[in-house]
Design a protein around this ligand. Structure first.
Ligand code: AOF
Ligand code: ZN
Length: 367
């Protein structure tokens, strides 16, 4: 199963809105006779790729190890459980049930009904971690939200003068481009565009550019901003205070879409629930929120965060006026804090990446 998971990960960043899935087939003696993984939505599933590989090798499979329940539906491709039955497999080991309502146990049931021995739950935690974005999107119907920032050891995004060049080193920078590639959308606030003019591309790693999203309630970003000009799509999200003639100019730019949202509450921020619903409508299953401080804070305040990626540089800048990594309103009592679970720590040059799942103690509205 570890090998199946390893194969699945080869397509990281390429399969959305589908999950990453890997499959290996072994013969009666336990030798591998076929391997495959799902490359891209619309292309054959992992099981079909592994069966094809087995045919080339003239093998006969006995057991299939799959990192997700084989599907039972007619989607862009035919049902994998039927293909495994036809190929004469005797046993199927799946890491987890596919929560997609079109499948959700029906694939495993079809296999059992055909007399195949079925085992579920092998390396389930790893399989869930691998496909956490797909799993949340398919069960909750909204994009998975990752909060990302680069901070000093004392939690600052910049010095007291606003100097943020460079908090972390080249390895962390490169890794952040890889993170962009593994999300369907990247989001920043207009303050970040005005201060840094980021391109928001994945130019340091191969592969596609995710959709760029700018929260720009008052339509303040210049028409010459780099992220409006780069290859790919940009979504500019404006609010009730945006000047209509500026909005009209933005709409004229190729690859740019303007989305008008209502304000989310008394302090004038945009309605983030409505924003996520709009991203979901556009088929986006995950969003990487990259800042700045206020935007990260507004997602945390709204209780809309599923994972945090904190790049931490071994530096101290101090200063009560230096921007904290996460701003917003914050909470009053420590007992109400969001906890970060399943923590992982990755050294990147002289910096560290700390990441984990964000868990909220209680609905944010009650704070
Ligand atoms: C599998 N093996 O390799 C994958 C599965 O649109 P389709 O036909 O490609 O179906 C996509 C759904 O199939 C997806 O939402 C998920 O439930 C399942 N993905 N299943 O047996 C695979 N990628
Ligand atoms: Zn399938």
């Amino acid at each position: 199963m570890r090998r199946a998971l390893e194969l699945a990960r080869r397509a990281e960043g390429d399969t959305s809105p589908n999950p990453m899935v890997g499959c290996i087939l072994t013969d009666a003696e336990g030798n591998i006779v076929g391997e495959g993984w799902h490359h891209k939505a619309g292309q054959p599933h992992a099981e079909i790729m592994a069966l094809e590989d087995m045919k080339q090798r003239h093998g006969q499979g006995h057991t299939a190890y799959v990192s997700l329940e084989p599907c039972s539906h007619y989607g862009r491709t035919g049902p994998c459980c039927d293909a495994l039955i036809r190929a004469g497999l005797r046993r199927v080991v799946a890491a987890m049930v596919d929560p997609n309502p079109k499948v959700s146990g029906r694939g495993l049931q079809r296999l059992r009904d055909a007399g195949i021995e079925v085992t579920v739950g092998v390396c389930e935690a790893e399989a869930r971690r691998l496909n956490e974005k797909f799993l949340l999107w398919v069960t909750e119907g909204r994009p998975f939200v990752s909060l990302k920032f680069a901070e000093t050891l004392d939690g600052k995004l910049a010095t007291r003068t606003g100097d943020a060049y460079f908090v972390t080193g080249p390895e962390a920078h490169r890794y952040s481009h890889f993170l962009r590639r593994t999300h369907d959308a990247i989001l920043v606030g207009s303050g970040t565009v005005l201060a840094d003019d980021p391109a928001l591309t994945t130019r340091l790693v191969p592969g596609r550019n995710p959709v760029r999203v700018v929260l720009d309630g008052r339509a303040r970003i210049p028409l010459t901003a780099r992220l409006l000009r780069e290859e790919g799509r940009t979504l500019v999200v404006t609010g009730p205070g945006a000047a209509p003639d500026k909005v009209a100019c933005l709409r004229e730019l190729p690859g740019v879409e303007v989305l008008s949202l209502p304000s989310g509450g008394p302090n004038g921020g945009l309605d983030l629930q409505a924003l996520l619903a709009a991203l979901e409508e556009r088929g986006l299953t995950s969003v990487l929120v990259e800042g700045g401080s206020a935007v990260l804070g507004s997602f945390l305040d709204a209780g809309l965060a599923d994972r945090v990626y904190a790049f931490v540089a071994p530096k101290l800048v101090g200063g009560a006026g230096a921007l904290p990594a996460v701003g917003g309103k914050g909470i009053a009592a420590m007992a109400d804090c969001a906890s970060v679970e399943e923590m992982e720590c990755l050294p990147l040059g002289s910096d560290w990446l700390l990441t984990g799942r964000v868990c909220f103690a209680a609905p944010r509205a009650s704070r």
